[in-house]
Design a protein around this ligand. Sequence first.
Ligand SMILES: NC(=O)c1ccc[n+]([C@@H]2O[C@H](COP(=O)([O-])OP(=O)(O)OC[C@H]3O[C@@H](n4cnc5c(N)ncnc54)[C@H](OP(=O)(O)O)[C@@H]3O)[C@@H](O)[C@H]2O)c1
Length: 316
Amino acid sequence: MVFGASGMAGAAFCSAAVRRGFETKAFSHRNPVKVDGIAGHTRLDLNDLNGLERPLLDMWPDVIVNAAAVSEPDKVDQDPEAATRINVDFPSRLAEIANHLGARLIHLSSDLVFDGSQSPYRSTDLPNPLSSYGKQKLDAEKKVLKRCPENLVVLRVTILTGNSPSGRRSVHEKMLRSISKGKRLTLFADEYRQPCSCDSLAAALVELCQKPKLNGLFHWAGADRLSRYEMGQLILDRFALPQEVLKTGERKDFAGEDKRPADLAFNLQPLQGKLSTSPATFSEQLEAMDVPDDLFPWFQENSQNPSCYVRRLVVD
Ligand SMILES: NC(=O)c1ccc[n+]([C@@H]2O[C@H](COP(=O)([O-])OP(=O)(O)OC[C@H]3O[C@@H](n4cnc5c(N)ncnc54)[C@H](OP(=O)(O)O)[C@@H]3O)[C@@H](O)[C@H]2O)c1
């Protein structure tokens, strides 16, 4: 069972799980689940936890993957109480039910549980979240670890790259959309991340489903640590778009931005040594990035070398 199956991580996992031959039941709220071969799709608003028990008891899953979240820090700040219901109350209740069912629970968490002052972070390092989102993710970690102590993985991941089902969620999609509207972007040269491909995350999750003896709190990410500015430059390069739209900045020069964690690189051991999936390099992640369909005409007009990107055709 996959919660958050219409989101970036959830949809990538559903595709990988179906390819692996798992009978995969998907849950989402507002958006469809665009994955062929799933065994069922249910829309459920996780604000109402009374509706949760019935489908879980009916399906009695072997493994539950929780990729549902209010996953953007700005959205958490806009309505922290509503976000707490999805980011904390829901996983906490899910862990109780999973424990009761004897189901394996794999719950996704975030690098933003750290303050960014002492990277690379091991999963045993002390968290110190700076944002409300980071605090909620840490709170959820503690609750699920307490309520489902034996058959549980909490997997912290870094910023996700790849193609989101909406074409609007991932880093490169947001960048291309802003530039297509004529905006110039300022990206920080002093904010470091270790971007993670959602396909490599999905492959790691499939392996974790199949390794019931591997339990606990782990880190997963890509292979490369880059500043936000470097990421932006490489994305523009990949699509042969002019670099002039990008400016470099520093967090201290923007009010409030110095509260963003400076460096959230991860140490991937011990998990990396236990999985056959490899962390994806940023070059591999760039290769997998698509131009969202509705932006393709704009891309063809504005790229300095439109043939650098071959559009993937989806055959029904
Ligand atoms: N994206 C990143 O860069 C990143 C980085 C680090 C960690 N993470 C973590 O990875 C996990 C997945 O993130 P993501 O980026 O894939 O998320 P996402 O694309 O924003 O998707 C969120 C999912 O949660 C579902 N959801 C939200 N509110 C709901 C509600 N009231 N009822 C039912 N479902 C609801 C959404 O369903 P609908 O769309 O159908 O409404 C969607 O399927 C999260 O735990 C996040 O904290 C993400």
